[in-house]
Design a binder for this molecule. Structure first.
Ligand code: MN
Length: 315
């Protein structure tokens, strides 16, 4: 099974490259199939027609909405300033329009400010259903209609950062949110580091989301679990990474594998390529060992057999 790959624009942009430069790099990189933008930051000062010209053979996966600036700090969908909350939803609609123009598929929403820091700071029920209603509004706008492609809305959870507590903080909570939203075009994006931060087993999350047809996106990276490390895929826990790829194949994941990594000290071109190479190599190891054999080990529920499988993988 082969996978679709996209890299993180800001890996280049934060090193003084333009969005155009980054697109040119991606067209030269081995394995990249799609582009994944932030909205509005990667469009401000850029021409969409020029972006389309430069991307050549690459597809567009979608856009992640970023609500930047002091107005959004108290909350995104949970903002009590009606004007600001309207703007939060309007930006989702604008992102859907741009996504359609680029023939993309998915709008990713990470609810960065929808959380709380103090006890007695949040009316939890009100806040949760402000998110439900807000995402529904965006999703209904993104739904397909005559002549208009359906765009998916995908919720990316993170347990904490920026706030001490996030409203949507775990795989279980995001699945619960999706069932309350109850829209066919709303699903989730699972970020490997965010899952480790929550002590959510990454593959368990895939299984539950995929079973419901709600696995709309992946953010692949690596870390030690206590912060959003954004390291190269498979570099800390290759066995967890291997289990993850096994489940992606089991559920026939057809979406894009986006590498949400932070090459602060590394060369961004080589670092992105290293992510793809690691993913491809671990995928090849799953092939070599075989899906059936892995399934047998899982059925055994035996730690010793699991350890032997791991040694075979390292051989
Ligand atoms: Mn992410």
């Amino acid at each position: 099974m082969s996978f679709n790959y996209a890299g993180r624009f800001n890996s280049f942009v934060f090193k003084n490259a333009t969005v155009y430069d980054a697109i040119d790099s991606y067209t030269r990189m081995k394995g990249i199939t799609h582009l994944e933008f932030n909205y509005p930051e990667h469009f401000t000062g850029y021409d969409i027609e020029e972006i389309i010209r430069r991307k050549g053979h690459l597809g567009v996966n979608g856009l992640a909405v970023r609500w930047r600036g002091p107005d959004f700090k108290p909350g995104n969908f949970t903002n009590e300033n009606q004007h600001t909350r309207d703007k939060v939803i309007a930006m989702c609609r604008d992102a859907v329009d741009v996504c359609r123009k680029l023939d993309g598929s998915v709008i990713t929403l990470w609810l960065e400010n929808d959380g709380f820091d103090y006890p007695f700071q949040m009316d939890y029920e009100r806040a949760f259903y402000q998110i439900v209603d807000g995402v529904r509004e965006a999703a209904d706008y993104a739904a397909g209609s005559e002549g208009k492609k359906e765009i998916k809305i995908s919720i990316e959870y993170k347990p904490y950062e920026e706030r001490n507590f996030a409203m949507i903080d775990s795989t279980g909570m995001v699945m619960y949110l999706l069932s309350e939203i109850d829209r066919p075009n709303v699903g989730c994006t699972l970020d490997f580091c965010h899952m480790l931060m929550k002590h959510d087993n990454p593959s368990y999350g895939i299984a539950l989301a995929a079973r419901k047809g709600k696995l709309f996106g992946l953010h692949m990276n690596e870390g030690y679990g206590w912060q959003d490390s954004g390291m190269i895929f498979g570099s800390v826990s290759p066995v967890l990474a291997m289990e993850f790829i096994y489940y992606l194949r089991l559920y026939n994941y057809q979406g894009v594998v986006f590498f949400d990594t932070f090459p602060i000290r590394e060369d961004p071109f080589q670092e992105t390529q290293a992510n793809i190479d690691a993913f491809e190599k671990i995928n090849a190891l799953v092939d070599k060992i075989g899906m059936d054999k892995i399934a047998r080990v899982i059925r055994s529920k035996d730690g010793v057999q699991v350890s032997r499988l791991m040694l075979e993988m390292l051989k």
